[in-house]
Design a protein around this ligand. Structure first.
Ligand code: PLP
Length: 386
C-alpha cells in the first residue's frame, strides 16, 4: 500500500543531506547517508491534508487550535499509554530551539549542563551558546551489553559540579539505545534528588523495533514530574523541513517560566506545519507501521553486509533509523577511513567524532533510504574495506 522503494530525486531541492555533499564531504557524488531525514515522501495522508490547506489559499496569522493538542494527546495515549493534559503541551518550531530556550531561561545556579556523549552534536552548542558549561557523563561500552548509562560517573559529576540540567537523549542518537524502564527511573531519581532539571529529547521515540518505548516523564511515576519532554512528528513522518515540535511540561511553575521565555522569540507554528502534525498524528499511524517494517528490512540487509566487513562492527539500533558503526577494528586512521568511505566507496556516513567523546573511529549510518540504494552503497563499502 505504501511504497518506500520508489526513489525520489532530492537533489536541487536545497536538501541539506543531498545538496551539501560537496561542501561537507568534498565528494558531490556520494550516496548521502548522514543527516537524519528519510529519502521517501511523507505519508499520503499528510500530503493530502497539505494539498487541501494549500487549496484554501489564505495563510494569515494562525494559532494552534485545540484539535492539534488533542492529536498529540491521542497519539501519546494510544501508542504509549501516557495520558497528558492539554495544558502541558507547548508548541515550538523545533526541538533544538526549545532546548536552547529552556537552557537560557531556566539556568539558575551553576550554569552547567550534563550531556551523555557520544551524542547528537547540537547538544554541545545548545549548552555553550546558552552561556553554560558542558559537563560530560559519557556512555559506557561493554562488549556483551553494548552502550550503557554510567550511573556511578553521573553521581560523581553531580556531586562535583551540581549542574543545573541533564540533557537526556531517549532513544539515544547515535548509539540507538532505547533505555529500559529501570534505567529511566534511575536517571529520574538521581536528578530529582539532586535538583538537576531533566530535558528529555524523545524525537526518535516512534522508531522502536523490538523493544517498547517509554517516555521518561511517564516512567517517573508521578502526576506532574518536573521534566521537560521535547518531541516532534518531524522524524516519524519525515517532515523536518516543516518545522513543528512541542514540549510537554506537566509541572505548572516550570511550564509557566518556559512559556514566558518563548514570547516574541519563538514564532507561532504556521498553518502548513500544524496541518501536517494534525494529519500525521490523526491519520498517519498505518503509514508509520509500514515505514517501521521497511526499516526493519533495511536494518537486516545492512547488518548482513556489515557482518562481512573485516574490522567493522555495528551496534544494534533498538531505536531510531541510525546505525552506529565501529571502524576501530580496521586498524586504520580516521583520515584513511574517510578517504575510503567518501572518495572510493562513495558512502556518505557521518563521522562519529562530531558526536564528542567516544565517537572517534565510529561512523553513523542513516538507514532511511531505498533498500536498493542502501545495499549498493554498503556493497561498495564492503569491497573497499575488505
Ligand atoms: C536527538 C535529536 N534531537 C533533535 C533533532 C532536531 O530537531 P529539530 O529539527 O526539531 O530541532 C535531531 C535531528 O536529527 C535529533 O536527532
Amino acid at each position: 500500500m505504501y511504497d518506500f522503494d520508489r526513489e525520489v530525486d532530492r537533489s536541487n531541492t536545497n536538501s541539506v543531506k543531498w545538496d551539501k555533499r560537496e561542501e561537507v564531504f568534498a565528494a558531490g557524488d556520494i550516496t548521502p547517508l548522514w543527516v537524519a531525514d528519510a529519502d521517501w515522501p511523507t505519508a499520503p495522508e499528510v500530503i493530502e491534508a497539505l494539498k487541501q490547506r494549500v487549496e484554501h489559499g489564505v495563510f494569515g496569522y494562525t494559532f494552534a487550535g485545540e484539535e492539534y493538542k488533542k492529536a498529540v494527546q491521542r497519539w501519546y495515549e494510544r501508542r504509549y499509554g501516557w495520558k497528558i493534559k492539554r495544558e502541558w503541551i507547548v508548541f515550538l518550531n523545533g526541538v533544538m530551539p526549545g532546548m536552547h530556550l529552556a537552557l537560557r531561561s531556566l539556568k539558575k545556579n551553576t550554569y552547567k549542563a550534563l550531556i551523555q556523549p557520544p551524542v547528537y552534536f547540537p547538544f554541545f552548542k545548545a549548552v555553550r551558546k546558552s552561556g553554560l558549561k558542558v559537563i560530560e557523563n559519557p556512555l559506557k561500552y561493554q562488549e556483551n551489553s553494548g552502550f550503557l548509562l554510567d550511573f556511578a560517573d553521573l553521581k560523581a559529576k553531580i556531586a562535583e559540579h551540581s549542574p543545573d540540567f541533564l540533557l537526556f537523549c531517549s532513544p539515544h542518537n547515535p548509539v540507538g539505545r532505547v533505555w529500559d524502564e529501570e534505567e529511566l527511573l534511575k536517571i529520574y531519581r538521581i536528578c530529582q534528588e539532586n535538583e538537576v532539571l531533566l530535558i528529555s529529547d524523545e524525537i526518535h521515540g516512534d522508531f522502536v523495533f523490538e523493544k517498547t518505548f517509554r517516555p521518561l516523564a511517564s516512567a517517573a511515576g508521578e502526576e506532574s514530574p518536573a521534566i521537560i519532554t521535547l518531541n516532534s512528528p518531524s522524524k516519524t513522518f519525515n517532515i523536518a523541513g516543516l518545522q513543528i515540535a512541542y514540549a510537554i511540561i506537566p509541572a505548572d511553575g516550570l511550564r509557566r517560566r518556559f512559556k514566558n521565555s518563548l514570547t516574541g522569540i519563538m514564532p507561532h507554528p504556521g498553518p502548513l506545519s500544524l496541518e501536517a502534525l494534525g494529519a500525521a498524528y490523526s491519520r498517519g499511524e498505518n503509514w508509520l507501521v509500514a515505514q517501521l517494517e521497511y526499516l526493519k528490512g533495511n536494518i537486516k540487509a545492512a547488518r548482513e553486509i556489515i557482518a562481512e566487513i573485516p574490522g567493522v562492527k555495528a551496534a544494534e539500533p533498538e531505536g531510531s533509523y541510525l546505525m552506529w558503526l565501529d571502524f576501530s577494528g580496521t586498524g586504520l586512521e580516521e583520515r584513511e577511513i574517510e578517504d575510503r568511505l567518501y572518495h572510493r566507496a562513495r558512502a556518505g556516513l557521518q563521522p562519529g567524532r562530531w558526536f564528542g567523546t567516544g565517537g572517534s573511529k565510529f561512523y553513523r549510518l542513516n538507514l532511511a533510504t531505498s533498500r536498493k540504494r542502501l545495499i549498493k552503497a554498503l556493497e561498495r563499502m564492503a569491497e573497499i574495506f575488505s
